[in-house]
Design a protein around this ligand. Structure first.
Ligand SMILES: NC(=O)c1ccc[n+]([C@@H]2O[C@H](COP(=O)([O-])OP(=O)(O)OC[C@H]3O[C@@H](n4cnc5c(N)ncnc54)[C@H](O)[C@@H]3O)[C@@H](O)[C@H]2O)c1
Length: 265
């Protein structure tokens, strides 16, 4: 018996990091998972690992900034698993620069991946949530924000604004979807050890440099250590998503949960 038995989840950015850990945890707890990622190989690997462990998963490769990818994700859930219960739009990356060095395109890129894509996935899920709501069960959208959005972080005016936007989106949908019993909550992480927070190593996503500048990473690490805190693992980060997804959390709605081991970035 798992706490998510019978649930169908769509998790984007699930080929790596927090999304990958959430996909594996959800599946281990009985959920059928659509593993979405821009990169086909990592998405397939996660789905394969889930199935090897006795779970249920399919992978969908594609860019969440495209309408068709979001359509494919929803379709994969409905066709393979005959349901749609939990959305976790986790896909994303950073493209840090101070504002005087940032171009409008850098800003728009972060708005598209971190704010527009979750909006699109939720919008496409709406007719299915409406139809499925006849069964009287609670469903979920668990948005992924950042303390760069809830508190601000130098060098991230694009990312921080987008993550702040997703908090607003969560609060609106919480109210619009009360009658459908689709609970909308949002997690703002502090510092989690993933590719996203590794110092820039020349990697690019869709032409943009990813990771955070070495100096910023080192400052963030010092801040965490000074406060006696620590950097979270992806598995710990996924635990927070899981805690909002389980039926025992049906009473939690419209909340922003900061997950940072108490350091308050
Ligand atoms: N790591 C942290 O400290 C931290 C802090 C706050 C918020 N977050 C948020 O957590 C989420 C997950 O990040 P992570 O730390 O696990 O990073 P990660 O780099 O380990 O994983 C992100 C995944 O998203 C995928 N992805 C990126 N752009 C995509 C796109 N356009 N379409 C589809 N897939 C795409 C990547 O291929 C990657 O596999 C992100 O939304 C991030 O902003 C992370």
């Amino acid at each position: 018996m798992g706490l998510l038995d019978g649930k169908v989840a769509v998790i984007t950015g699930a080929g790596r990091g927090i999304g990958s850990a959430a996909a594996k945890l959800f599946a281990a707890q009985g959920a059928s998972v659509v593993v979405g990622d821009l990169d086909k190989g990592p998405a397939e690997e996660v789905a394969k690992a889930i199935k090897a462990a006795g779970g249920k998963a399919v992978s969908v490769a594609g860019n969440v900034m495209e309408l068709s990818t979001n359509e494919n994700l929803i379709k994969a859930a409905l066709e393979n698993f005959k349901g749609l219960d939990i959305l976790v739009p986790s896909a994303g990356f950073c493209n840090d620069k101070v504002i005087q060095k940032m171009e409008l395109e850098d800003f728009r890129l972060m708005e598209r991946v971190h704010m527009e894509a979750p909006w699109l996935l939720a919008k496409l899920a709406y007719p299915h949530f409406k139809e499925l709501s006849q069964d009287g069960k609670y469903r979920r959208v668990i948005f992924i924000a950042s303390e760069a959005g809830s508190h601000g972080n130098a060098g991230q005016s694009n990312y921080g604004a987008a993550k702040s936007g997703v908090i607003g989106l969560m609060r609106v949908l919480c109210k619009e979807w009360l009658r459908l019993k689709v609970n909308c909550n949002c997690i703002a992480y502090g510092f989690v050890e993933t590719r996203l927070t590794q110092a820039t190593a020349g990697d690019k996503i869709l032409g943009a440099n990813i990771g955070i500048p070495e100096q910023m990473r080192s400052m963030a690490e010092q801040f965490v250590m000074m406060r006696g805190g620590r950097i979270l693992t992806p598995e710990e980060a996924a635990g927070a998503i899981f805690s909002l997804a389980i039926p025992q959390a049906d009473g939690i709605n419209g909340q922003l949960v900061e997950v940072d081991a108490g350091i308050g970035l």
